[in-house]
Design a protein around this ligand. Structure first.
Ligand SMILES: O=P(O)(O)OC[C@H]1O[C@H](OP(=O)(O)OP(=O)(O)O)[C@H](O)[C@@H]1O
Ligand SMILES: O=C(O)c1cc(=O)[nH]c(=O)[nH]1
Length: 203
């Protein structure tokens, strides 16, 4: 299966790691998805971008929104594939030059897809959605490549926005187990962690 090969390729370049990691939300995690590595490999990023562009084509968007930093190259490539423009949301207002929080020419009423690489709590995307809305954008969908299955997609849906992921982490780990790359014990420890670390509030 093509997606199975893609998941194995992601693992081989180190985009799926096991160990001890601190997440942006402060949560500790026994695994980390590092899609920042995947942007260096055309053979990998082209497949991911194509899958995402196909999934977004139903939403009739005008512009793709990236989030500083990891999502910006993805948003750019997806926008290119869809022949749409890109805007991106900064982590902080720039304190010189134009002092903006959103870069690009977002116009009132534009139909926006907000893109991120990975979702945990959903807080990064929800913040971006609110900023885009405050600037007049009509966010019609939020999309990520990988859902860590910790409640982030539902947190976005509670904001009244469609949200989807191309892959969920357990499906990915199952592919790795079935191909002898990861042990069943490791898979079970990830599931145990996920059950204990679901976030219900979001933002
Ligand atoms: O769903 P959340 O709990 O918000 O977590 C997911 C976010 O965390 C990571 O970004 P990070 O804050 O590490 O910044 P970066 O993109 O600059 O690497 C990732 O790229 C997502 O944006
Ligand atoms: O929640 C995060 O900060 C996070 C988790 C993850 O697996 N990958 C990532 O880039 N960020």
């Amino acid at each position: 299966m093509l997606n199975e090969e893609l998941i194995i390729d992601l693992y081989r370049v180190g985009a799926i790691k096991f160990g001890r990691f601190k997440l942006t939300s402060g949560i500790e995690s026994p695994f980390y998805i590092d899609l920042r590595l995947a942007i260096t490999y055309p053979g990998i990023y082209k497949r991911l971008v194509k899958l995402m562009a196909e999934s977004l084509s139903a939403f009739n968007i005008d512009v793709v929104t990236g989030i500083e930093t990891a999502s910006i190259p993805w948003a750019s490539m997806i926008a290119y594939e869809l022949n749409k423009g890109i805007v991106y949301v900064r982590k902080e207002v720039k304190e010189h030059g134009t002092a903006k929080l959103i870069e690009g020419d977002l116009k009132t009423g534009m139909r926006v897809a907000v893109i991120d690489d990975v979702i945990t709590t959903g807080n990064s995307i929800i913040r971006a959605i609110r900023i885009v809305r405050d600037h007049g954008g009509d966010v019609v969908v939020a999309a990520v490549f990988i859902d860590r299955e910790q409640g982030g997609l539902n947190a976005i849906r509670r904001e009244g926005i469609n949200a989807f992921a191309l892959f969920s982490v357990i499906d990915m780990i199952d592919v790795l187990v079935n191909n002898g790359l990861v042990s069943n014990e490791l898979r079970n420890s990830v599931i145990e962690y996920l059950v204990k670390n679901r976030v219900s509030t979001g933002a």
